[in-house]
Structures are given as C-alpha cells and as structure tokens.
Design a binder for this molecule. Structure first.
Ligand SMILES: Cc1cc2nc3c(=O)[nH]c(=O)nc-3n(C[C@H](O)[C@H](O)[C@H](O)COP(=O)(O)O)c2cc1C
Length: 144
C-alpha cells in the first residue's frame, strides 16, 4: 500500500507554498499518496490521522508564524500527543532579520516536545529556498 505524506505550509508571500508544491511532486514521483494544505487547515481530528508530515513555514513580523499558521500553533498549544507522527520542518527566513527562521524553529521544538519523531534536522533557508528539494528527497527516502 502507498505511504501517506502530508505537506503543510504557512506563508505570507508564497515561497513556503511553492516549496510545499515542489515537495508534493517529489512525493508523487516516489509513489506516496500526498496532500498539500495550509497549516490552519489542520484540526484536531486530522492531526491524529497524520502519519508523516513535512511542515514548511516562513517567518514574518519579528519572528512570528504567518497568520495562516496561527490556528495550528494554537492547536499545538493544547498539547495533543503526537507520538504517532514522523515529521520534519523546513524554516524559511532571512538573516537580515532578528529571530532568524524563528517560526519554523518554534514549530519544530513544539512538535518534538509533543513526542513527534523528527526524521531529519530542521532545514533553515536564508533568503531563498535553496536545498529544500534535496532535503525533501532525503526525508522521503527515510520514511519509504
Ligand atoms: C515583513 C517581513 C518580516 C520578516 N520577518 C522575519 C523574521 O523575523 N525572521 C526571519 O528569519 N525572516 C523574516 N522575514 C523573511 C521571510 O521569512 C522570508 O523572506 C521568506 O522566504 C518568506 O517566505 P513566504 O513567501 O513563504 O512568506 C521577514 C520578511 C518580511 C517581508
């Protein structure tokens, strides 16, 4: 049976969504059943059904999660148990700002605290999305 992969993004200008869509193509090429959603599309029920997930989040404001990820952040704040989830985070940011890649960092640390299994160390992208495809290929190889 094909494995499932959820790809979730939070974005302001679309970079994280583009990364998520590219990862979706890679997942399909690897015979995964994959699905792309905004982080805020995830509710408590969906969270319990997720097996494998890649989260791509940019950082906005002064180290904040984009608005379309805020509901997800609040959901994590209710401390659901996530030990059934394999996950990885791609953090988009820019070193010209303080709090480099802080949104991805916050989400990554919270997922880990909730006992989700981190498959690959967080990728932090500085001003572009370089390395995200390669990171996703490696992630997918590890959960195949
Ligand atoms: C108003 C604004 C605030 C930002 N704040 C941060 C920040 O606090 N930390 C950081 O690492 N990057 C910050 N960035 C950089 C973005 O995270 C980065 O450009 C990212 O690639 C945007 O991705 P998106 O199109 O998915 O939103 C900021 C960018 C803008 C325009």
């Amino acid at each position: 049976m094909s494995k499932k992969l959820n790809i979730l993004f939070a974005t302001v200008y679309g970079n994280a969504e583009n990364v998520a869509n590219n990862i979706n193509k890679i997942a399909i090429d690897n015979s995964f059943v994959s699905q792309v959603n905004e982080l805020n599309d995830v509710d408590a029920k969906m969270l319990q059904e997720i097996e494998n997930v890649i989260i791509v989040s940019s950082t906005t404001g002064e180290g904040e999660i984009p608005e379309n990820g805020e509901d997800f952040w609040n959901l994590l704040d209710s401390n659901p148990e996530l030990n059934h989830i394999n996950y990885g985070v791609i953090a988009l940011g820019d070193r010209s700002h303080d709090n480099f890649c802080n949104a991805g960092k916050l989400i990554d640390e919270k997922m880990l605290a909730l006992k989700a299994k981190q498959i690959s160390p967080r990728l932090e992208c500085d001003g572009d999305t370089a390395g995200s495809d390669e990171w996703a290929e490696s992630f997918i190889d590890m959960i195949k």
